[in-house]
Design a protein around this ligand. Structure first.
Ligand code: HEM
Length: 143
């Protein structure tokens, strides 16, 4: 009888090595970013790197180090203290896109991970977009 062993996405992407490389490439960029760097207290990037890496590993079916040490992620709540507007969100995504490009995942795996990261980054935005330039708000004439 042949037993089919299901691989987790964590394993399919490349396990610890993959997530370590991805998140290191990401924070390398964050450390040189004028919008994002000021959000992280000086000297905190190594710890931040551990948190993002272990969170992503756990999310994709890998080890549960993140919750073992940090409890339930409650990510939106944990970001409330940082003013994340569309600019910050887009910087985050731009660096993550470049970090992901460097990993050369097969297209279908890249797609799955990127869809998730985009959705998560948009969900983490907590300062609303400015209305487009020229937008005029008029009083409702029926009121
Ligand atoms: C949209 C733009 C985002 C910005 C500007 C941002 C910024 C930050 C900052 C400044 C911190 C605190 C430092 C730290 O503890 O790491 C943080 C924490 C964290 N972020 Fe984000 N973040 C963003 C999106 C995301 C996304 C999309 C994810 C997950 C896919 C994520 C996962 C995390 C995790 C796991 C932590 C640590 C939470 C904890 O255990 O305290 N972040 N983020």
């Amino acid at each position: 009888m042949s037993e089919q062993v299901e691989q987790t996405p964590y394993e399919v992407f490349g396990g610890r090595d993959f997530f370590t490389r991805l998140v290191a490439a990401f924070y390398e960029r964050v450390s040189n970013d004028d919008v994002l760097r000021p959000m992280y207290p000086p000297g905190s990037l190594d710890a931040a790197e551990w948190r993002l890496r272990s969170f992503l590993e756990q999310y994709w079916g890998g080890p549960t180090d993140y919750s073992d040490q940090r409890g339930h992620p409650r990510l939106r709540m944990r970001h409330v203290g940082f003013a994340i507007d569309a600019t910050a969100r887009d910087h985050w995504l731009m660096h993550m896109r470049e970090a992901l490009d460097e990993q050369h995942l097969p297209p279908e795996q890249d797609h799955v991970l990127w869809q998730y990261l985009q959705g998560a980054a948009f969900a983490m935005q907590n300062v609303a977009d400015e209305p487009p330039p020229g937008t005029v708000f008029e009083a409702d004439p029926t009121r």
